[in-house]
Design a protein around this ligand. Structure first.
Ligand code: SF4
Length: 215
């Protein structure tokens, strides 16, 4: 266990974005949303203050449970993968200053995508922003113009109204996706199909990685 002084130093490094807490990293296939089926290196940062009841990565919530790595070490993890896309996810990655990691990944020749609830101001330079707002913590308005993709997880019928609220707030080029929540997919998929047929500005996103049993 690092001493109090060292912990303080680490927190200061994290505050500048030169170091970030890492929960896990892996090379896989993007399972959902606009880039479904594309090979991508995932960097899952630790720490989330959103608190979704159905969260499937609750072990990411407490950043202190996870190691802190320098940005150059995080980039070198992804740099060796043959795919050119890196997805920064969480947790809630926008809890951190992401300018340094996006700049370093771009220097390494990678496309950089983020998956975020938008609960904090957007930092970093992104090739693709997947914005997935949650009812448990309102998004920061900076994400509305930057979102390339709005992805709403449909957990119950009221989520369609929630989806339309955010569809009206994002920029006009933003792609719109409805994704049945995995645990209730059997019930919700049917409603989502009918909703998209009636409202074709939306597309369906499925968590194909769960069908494929890959991370
Ligand atoms: Fe889990 Fe993501 Fe919700 Fe955070 S924002 S609680 S990581 S689903």
């Amino acid at each position: 266990m690092p001493s109090g002084h060292i912990m303080q130093d680490i927190k200061q490094l994290v505050a500048t974005g030169t170091h970030l807490p890492l929960m896990e990293h892996f090379y896989t296939i993007q399972g959902e949303g606009n880039f479904t089926g594309v090979a991508a290196y995932f960097i899952r940062l630790a720490g989330c203050d959103v608190g979704c009841v159905w969260c499937d990565v609750k072990e990411s919530w407490n950043a202190d449970d996870h190691p802190v790595l320098a940005v150059e070490d995080l980039v070198s993890l992804a740099a060796g993968s043959p795919g050119n896309t890196v997805v920064i996810t969480g947790g809630e990655p926008l809890m951190y200053e992401l300018g340094p990691i996006t700049a370093a990944l771009k220097t390494a020749g990678k496309r950089v995508h983020i998956e975020t609830s938008g609960a904090h101001p957007v930092s970093g330079e992104w090739d693709w922003v997947c914005f997935s707002p949650k009812k448990f913590k309102a998004p920061h308005p900076s994400v509305f113009d930057k979102a390339n993709e709005l992805k709403i997880v449909v957990f119950n019928k009221s989520d369609f109204e929630f989806a339309e609220k955010y569809a009206a707030l994002v920029n006009p080029n933003c792609q719109l996706f409805l994704q049945p929540e995995w645990g209730k997919e059997k019930v919700m998929a049917e409603l989502v199909v009918e909703y998209v047929k009636a409202n074709p500005k939306w597309r369906i996103s499925l968590q194909t990685h769960k069908y494929l049993n890959i991370p």
